[in-house]
Design a protein around this ligand. Structure first.
Ligand code: BJW
Length: 259
């Protein structure tokens, strides 16, 4: 079936939805110039072993190496702008009573595009914290007031331990409130729109399965099949920056026909 026919099918699935969940991964931000994690040719980790970069043990072992890598990404993320797909997700708030974005991304682009209810599962790259969380969890610090450079991880002004980005690495717990809210929203939503994730990193990868178990329609947008596809009722194959605006245009047209 053509993409347009799948979009028409999706529009019917969204009809009358009171709560829509949008679950997004790295593919959502690719067209904003932020590389995904696992794509063979362009993924960030095609050059590095995740164990060398994305675990607390790796940071403890070689903080400057991991810091350097994050500062490089910080540069890319800081200059990134939302694309048409992010704006389309934000526009969905004008079409449905409640839209909640559950994102694995740390770039803040959904909020920058205007989405007002964004649950950040893997943290946010614009925040930094003490590795020891010496003043409570999390002990956030303002990087601007610390002496630091792009080569060396700075130190906590309270306890002297290392400063790290406030993101979730492998083997770490996700922020409890965010995780609970995400599973609640997944259980309550009428439709879950899953965009640009390989669906292999837990527990975020379980959200569409939770939604499906509780009776939601799962609509997936991806360039290729993923770990979510087995549970997707409708698969919209293509780039987020093209498919999401087309979907929202179709949703709006259908709404206008009903008036
Ligand atoms: C497009 C596109 C376009 C491209 N348009 N699409 C159960 C079983 C087995 C293991 C575990 C388990 N539970 C927990 C684990 C361990 C682990 C885990 O899941 N491991 C797996 C690898 C197996 N999980 C954890 O450790 C989590 N913590 C946890 O569960 O704590 C409790 C616990 C601990 C230990 C044991 C048991 C329980 C924490 C996970 C933290 C993930 N952190 C990272 C780094 C964040 C900081 C940073 O950014 O640097 O989060 S890893 C990385 O992966 C990042 C991403 O958010 C995450 C997901 O990646 P994503 O978004 O799916 O990206 P890609 O690149 O994989 O895929 C891109 C997709 O987009 C592709 O499908 C493309 O086709 C598509 N695409 N362009 C649309 N334009």
């Amino acid at each position: 079936m053509e993409l347009e026919a799948h979009i028409r099918q999706a529009v019917r699935a969204f009809d009358q939805a009171q709560l829509v969940a949008v679950s997004s991964g790295a593919g959502m931000s690719k067209e904003s110039g932020i590389a995904t994690f696992r794509e063979a040719q362009t993924g960030l980790w095609s050059q590095y072993d995740p164990e060398d970069l994305g675990t607390p043990q790796a940071f403890r072992r070689n903080p400057d190496f991991v810091w350097k890598w994050y500062m490089h990404r910080f540069g890319l993320i800081s200059s990134a702008k939302p694309h048409a797909g992010h704006y389309a997700v934000a526009e969905m708030e004008t079409l449905f009573p409640k839209v909640v974005v559950l994102t694995q991304n740390i770039d803040g682009l959904h909020t920058a595009a205007g989405s007002t209810d964004v649950v950040e599962l893997h943290g946010n790259f614009h925040r930094f914290k003490c590795f020891a969380n010496c003043q409570g969890n999390p002990t956030l610090v303002d990087l601007n007031v610390l002496q630091h450079d792009a080569e060396h991880a700075p130190h906590c002004p309270h306890c002297g331990d290392l400063i790290r980005p406030d993101v979730v690495w492998f083997g770490e717990m996700l922020p409890e409130t965010a995780l609970e809210r995400a599973f609640d929203v997944a259980a309550e939503c009428a439709v879950m729109l899953v965009v640009g994730t390989s669906g292999i990193v837990q527990p975020a990868a379980s959200l569409p399965y939770q939604a499906k178990r509780h009776g939601a329609v799962v609509v997936e947008v991806n360039l290729e099949p993923s770990g979510i596809t087995p549970v997707a009722d409708i698969f919209l194959q293509g780039a987020a920056g093209q498919v999401l605006p087309a979907l929202v245009t179709a949703l709006r047209a259908s709404r206008e026909q009903q008036i």
